[in-house]
Design a protein. Structure first.
Lengths: 328, 328
């Protein structure tokens, strides 16, 4: 029994941003969507109150048929509990699914943001195989922005791992002689390939090489400490050699990590999202070449851009909500 | 409807050895088992004739309810086709499932040997969680003998990958400055951690260090070119320092690869089989320490010995045969 007037509620606890949206079952456009920047004085209870207000405003007097949730931190998806937030204190061991089910009187499903974004791309975005109007069997989603995160969809389902710790491609090693990562090891993909890593490496090279990086220096107004990953990407595209070197090294490290993941899991497709993936064709070429050279010849290299820019977690939350109804 | 007199046929095309066994449905002992060393003049058609003769001898006038097959080479499991054999020429693109179904008049399922061994350990061996009389949710099986191979069981099923190329942990990189592998890259886990790699490294060190490796030299009768991985393992256990160094380096490379796999997939358990895993407690300690140091603190390190020594592929074939019946 499918009621076409049913509404799904999607929530994305993004750390710096709270997003909520509603969509009619089976439709691929938002009925309503709203975003709210988090306040500076961050706290779990306050954040949850903001999110509930956002959701109630969207819903009005309508009741959702099911709720899907993307959360920025590790989640015990089987029990619907947040383990902790990467951004906001006070979320430790929170029964978020139970809270939402009680608040809205509807079944809910909660998972980690990289996993939910992977499911969103799989279900509604880059996971679709257009020629055959079907989906790939497996997909690795990698988000490359301030950090590097990842999520797996295998056989149509999120693969969380045994302890909600799968998909940590950012902490596979690309170069054991690389810089020290916050995790205590050297040369993780994240410390070599993220936006933060790109900015830091560019700053180092600008300081070490006073005669190089003319365009990048101009763009940052000679305020080397203000250099961002986006500035490096932009000047690399317009031909700044120092910026190109930094971007190439970052792309090579990311491609190495993706190659390792392909060698181990042979996914049908790898989907890359996040700000750094807007860096232009040269960056993509180096990522693909590096992945190719870190796999066996029989391994397929199918690395494509994400279909969504910001909404992958929200659409993934819709897919979670649909699966809750199906499994009831 | 379960008929307790039903018989399953398990076949293992192992390259140097052909094995066939039959078991009654639900029983955990062989009704009959037979093995046949492959002849030197290897050929797919001859090998298949030998295997069929072996199976018919075991079955007598009984008809199997289903057939499970472990094959030493890449397999297109979805279509039951052998892609090629790693050991025997002439197997290229063979419809093995169709051949067996026609020969025995029973449904069959075929997969790659590392995958089938993983399923065998998962279903009947190291995948069992004894305290709770249930199974783990996910398992990486790694075989460490002349080469290093791997297979995944995720959510109770073999994960083949999109092109039957998943589980190639032997060709993830442990050390980019390591020796050249047959795959064309440097420092693959296989070229650093396999029995072949251990023997080769020991030979090198014995030649370079005339005063070292006393016990290993004695064991091989000063025939350095005759040194095997098993000899290195044995003398490492009895205290030969050169042999210990070789074994430690090999264990460290293997642990590094396992750590990468854990970081990416967070399996509930990692199961190690193959001759090199008989190398003693020191080897296991170094493997576990190396895996631990190549993961995040939140990643579980649960690395245990395989329950079967030789029969994992045959028991996995029984599990495949059972799944054929269930899915009918």
């Amino acid at each position: 029994m499918t009621r076409t007037d049913e509404i799904f509620l999607a929530l994305d606890y993004g750390g710096t941003k709270l997003s909520a949206a509603i969509a009619r079952r089976g439709e691929r456009e938002w009925l309503a969507i709203d975003r709210h920047m988090s306040r500076r004085e961050k706290d779990a209870r306050y954040e949850q109150a903001e999110m509930l207000a956002l959701a109630h405003k969207l819903l009005g007097d309508r009741k959702p048929a099911a709720i899907g949730v993307s959360f920025g931190g590790p989640v015990d998806a089987a029990h619907g509990r947040v383990i902790l937030s990467h951004h906001v204190p006070g979320w430790e061991d929170t029964p978020l699914r139970a809270q939402l089910q009680s608040e809205f009187g509807a079944p809910a499903s909660v998972d980690n943001d990289a996993n939910v974004a992977a499911l969103g791309e799989y279900t509604f975005g880059a996971g679709l195989v257009e020629t055959f109007a079907k989906r790939v069997t497996s997909l690795l989603y990698v988000t490359v922005s301030t950090g590097v995160g990842g999520g797996w969809v295998i056989g149509g389902k999120i693969w969380n791992g045994a302890d909600a710790m799968a998909g940590e491609i950012g902490h596979t090693i690309a170069d054991r002689n690389g810089p020290l990562c916050v995790c205590g090891r050297h040369g993780c993909v994240e410390i070599m390939a993220s936006g933060t890593a790109i900015a830091n490496r560019a700053k180092e090279l600008l300081k070490e090489n006073p005669g190089k990086g003319k365009e990048l220096r101009e763009l940052c107004g000679n305020q080397i400490d203000q250099v961002t990953g986006a500035m490096v990407a932009q000047t690399a595209n317009s031909g700044d050699e120092l910026a190109q070197q930094v971007m190439d090294d970052a792309a090579r490290a990311l491609g190495f990590g993706i190659g390792t993941a392909i060698t181990l899991m042979n996914p049908e497709r790898v989907v890359l999202g996040g700000g750094i993936t807007k860096s232009g064709e040269r960056w993509w070429s180096v990522v693909r070449e590096s992945a190719r050279s870190n796999t066996l010849p029989q391994h397929r290299i199918n690395i494509i851009p994400a279909a969504f820019s910001d909404d992958a977690p929200l659409w993934g939350a819709i897919a979670l909500a649909e699966s809750v109804i199906k499994n009831q």
